[in-house]
Design a protein around this ligand. Structure first.
Ligand code: PLP
Length: 350
């Protein structure tokens, strides 16, 4: 008998369920570049309504959604304020500069929250020496802060500061579903803090592909044009939109199970000598492993030998993410493997 791997590297690794595959097979499709795909249109209208925004655009990836948002909310040589560990700054290859000709100004946050004082200090005013600061980007939940939830009141404060200074706000809500389920705050309340919001279906919601950008009708129209220019116009893409609609019907509320499992994993590892467990807000768990314990890469390899895949997130930081394809038994296997790797095989059995 082969024992399956417990894959905790990311919530992007999920495979479509049987029900989702049926929805894909039965999707009614048309050419979406011609505006003819009814399933894409149904998805876009549904998410625009959910976020209480005028319009929505289906895009192939979260990265494209983020990049389009920056593109439509800025002009070349504008300055964009964003959190120093945000996906937009950290993981998008300088796309802000390459795709929109903008200057990224990173501001160090605390658990993903942009602090107000340095943000305001970064607004240098109308001097001919200065770039024009026109956009602030926030991320919720914040990936590199361990799936941390940026509290609604902090986002609201950011939005009122930005509005008072005529700055646009983009929210990278790749995992906004997780923040919403964990807090009970509806998507529309978070979205009210931003001009545009990007949300992913291909992470905790378990769809194979797809993200969406919501915002004002004129912004989404401009994003649609840029998406085509960037090669992201898709044809009978209702087969993917059908998976996303299925995910909205079946996989949102269940994110709470992923959050419980992340906590269960955290509880199983709390108290191990030399291991600092960062209590998870949602589905992302960070373990900081101190010397003389093995470093993160060594832990990752030793875990893989035991059939549990996790990632190194720094020299001494290990990341594990729970998702649709991990059950309680998988978490128990992960706890046992971590204990063996971090305590040694004999001590782990005690
Ligand atoms: C917070 C956040 N934003 C954006 C993205 C980009 O999504 P994609 O991988 O679909 O481009 C990710 C991907 O992990 C993410 O974690």
């Amino acid at each position: 008998m082969t024992v399956s791997v417990v894959d905790l590297r990311s919530d992007t690794v999920t495979r479509p369920t049987a029900g989702m595959r049926r929805a894909i097979a039965e999707a009614v499709v048309g050419d979406d570049v011609f505006g003819d795909d009814p399933t894409v249109q149904a998805l876009e209208s549904r998410v625009a309504a959910l976020a209480k925004k005028e319009a929505a655009l289906f895009v192939p990836s979260g990265t494209m959604g983020n990049q389009l948002a920056v593109h439509v909310l800025t002009r070349p040589a504008d300055e964009v304020l964003l959190e120093a560990e945000s996906h937009l700054y950290f993981y998008e290859q300088g796309g802000i500069a390459a795709n929109s000709g903008c200057l990224a100004h990173p501001v160090r946050g605390e658990r993903g929250v942009l602090p107000m004082e340095p943000l305001v200090a970064a607004l240098r005013g109308e001097d001919d020496h200065n770039a024009r600061v026109t956009l602030v980007c926030a991320e919720n939940t914040h990936n590199r802060a361990g799936g941390a939830i940026v509290p609604l009141e902090r986002l609201q404060a950011l939005a009122s500061m930005a509005r008072a200074r005529k700055l646009a706000v983009h929210l990278d809500g790749a995992r906004l579903w997780n923040a919403s389920v964990a807090t009970g705050v509806p998507i529309a309340d978070w979205a009210a803090c931003a001009d545009t919001v990007m949300m992913c279906f291909s992470k905790g919601l378990g769809a194979p592909v797809g993200s969406i950008l919501v915002g004002r009708a004129d912004s989404i129209r401009a994003a649609r044009r840029a998406r085509k220019r960037w090669g992201g116009g898709m044809r009978q893409v209702g087969i993917l939109a059908a998976a996303c609609l299925y995910a909205l019907d079946h996989h949102v509320a269940r994110l709470a199970e992923d959050h419980v499992r992340a906590r269960r994993l955290a509880d199983g590892l709390t108290g191990l000598p030399g291991v600092q467990v960062v209590a998870p807000d949602t589905n992302i768990l960070f373990l900081n492993v101190e010397s003389p314990l093995p470093d993160a890469n060594t832990v990752v390899h030793a875990m893989a030998e035991r059939g549990v895949w996790v990632s190194a997130y720094g020299p001494r930081r290990v990341r594990a993410i729970t998702h649709l394809d991990v059950d309680d038994a998988g978490i128990d296997r992960a706890v046992a493997a971590f204990r063996e790797v971090l305590l040694g095989p004999v001590a782990a059995r005690r």
